[in-house]
Design a protein around this ligand. Sequence first.
Ligand code: HEC
Length: 129
Amino acid sequence: MKSYNRKAKNHWAFNLAMAAVLMCVSSCYYEDVAPVEVVVPVDPINYELEIQPFFDAKCIACHGGSISPNLSASVSYDELISGNWINTTASESSPLYMSINIGGNMEAYATPAERAIILAWIEQGAPSK
Ligand code: HEC
């Protein structure tokens, strides 16, 4: 009986010590994380890798030459810039974005994720690469 009691006591002390360790660990972790402002990094969007493939998949069946803007690979970027389809000072007012956004003529051909990447690319200044 004596040894059983000592064992139980040790167990209790051990659990208390573990709880103290866990509380310390979790509170340290919380203090570390709480004051940090979360900034979600947005990688620079690459026109050839992220924008043109969207046009290829969803647009060029119609916008491959005869219907403006021409969105086929070799000409799409120049066409979008020279045709004023992009407005980098008021990204959401870009005619390209407005046409694929909710309520635009081309709404049906773009998903929310595709709209978001087009908008992010324009907000980044519509880089050609
Ligand atoms: C099924 C054919 C078809 C597809 C696919 C298509 N378009 Fe169009 N698009 C048209 C036609 C036809 C017009 C011109 C008449 C009109 O405005 O409806 C047009 C017009 C536009 C215009 C001019 C402004 C406007 O909204 O009218 C833009 C910009 C445009 N399309 C972008 C796109 C983009 C970007 C895609 C791919 C996400 C796309 N289109 C997919 C047929 C298509």
